[in-house]
Design a protein around this ligand. Structure first.
Ligand SMILES: Nc1ncnc2c1ncn2[C@@H]1O[C@H](COP(=O)(O)OP(=O)(O)OP(=O)(O)O)[C@@H](O)[C@H]1O
Ligand SMILES: [Mg+2]
Length: 259
């Protein structure tokens, strides 16, 4: 079996992409072989999974893996079943390289560069989970093109509601142009504060607009989940509290990504 590749995305910043992709990778790794791929130069997923300063990974990240068109030598072990391809600030130079050096020397469609890079390690995993940056730039585009499934993140704000339709349009565009097998698994509503009436209103608005595309699971703000960036996913006494609601999401997600 070859890995299913899942990306979490939305161009609106601070929508819980990294926290959710990190927790999903962690939960899936309890029963499956998982590779997490950080496509954001902020390196937040790298930091969340390793608790290390991302600069320590310089020269040994997804950027170099893409330059070699082979991820094999760039995989870090987080735990037995959870591996990581890291990112740090220099991933911000990806577009410049993509349109200069890469363009000059390769015949491959630029948007398939990440798919091609992951191909040699794909059979080693059941799932590859990609975290994307808060922009519709090249890092997100190559992640979408490499994906079997995309999860669109929604946090309850009007700006994120506006971003959602354009994010989904971008997904359709990638599907039509380069990646016909890619599908949007659904819209995940998160960071919800149930006490706020505007949050409830926005959740309903997304439901009315997108119907069954929405996952039934709606994730709330939770202090233990918010602290994960500090406490980490391993040796954390409040881990069960932090990830409890995400277990329901993973169950629902698995139902949508089975063959
Ligand atoms: N379920 C949650 N409960 C409380 N806080 C959360 C939860 N999920 C994420 N957060 C917090 O919300 C903030 C944004 O989350 P995160 O960094 O995961 O979003 P992001 O979409 O990856 O951001 P960016 O667009 O910058 O990459 C972080 O401070 C994170 O700790
Ligand atoms: Mg992030």
């Amino acid at each position: 079996m070859t890995a299913k590749i899942l990306s979490f995305g939305i161009q609106k910043g601070g929508s819980s992409k990294t926290t959710t992709s990190g927790i999903v990778a962690y939960l899936l790794s309890q029963n499956h072989r998982v590779l997490a791929v950080d496509m954001d130069s902020q390196g937040n997923l790298t930091e969340l999974l390793t608790k290390r300063d991302v600069v320590e990974f310089r020269g040994n990240t997804i950027l170099e893996a893409m330059k070699e068109q082979n991820a094999t030598d760039f995989v870090h072990t987080v735990s037995d079943n959870l591996h990581l391809i890291a990112a740090e600030d220099l991933l911000a130079t990806f577009s410049r390289w993509l349109y200069s050096d890469f363009h000059a020397t390769h015949a491959l469609d630029r948007s398939l560069i990440l798919a091609n890079t992951l191909a040699p390690v794909r059979d080693n995993y059941d799932y590859i989970i990609i975290d994307t940056p808060p922009a519709l730039g090249d890092q997100t585009m190559v992640a979408l093109a490499a994906s079997d499934y995309v999860i669109a993140m929604f946090e309850a704000s009007k700006f994120c509601y506006s971003a959602l339709s354009r994010f989904l349009e971008t997904c359709w565009h990638v599907k039509e142009r380069v990646s016909p097998n890619m599908a949007v698994a659904g819209i995940l509503r998160g960071l919800i504060d149930a006490r706020r009436s505007d949050n409830k209103y926005l959740i309903g608005m997304v439901q009315d607009t997108y119907g069954e595309m929405c996952f039934n699971t709606v994730l709330s703000r939770n202090a233990a989940a918010g602290r994960l960036a500090m406490t980490g996913l391993f040796d954390n006494s409040e881990i069960n509290q932090a990830v409890a609601q995400y277990r329901l999401f993973v169950e629902e997600l698995m139902g949508r990504v089975q063959d």
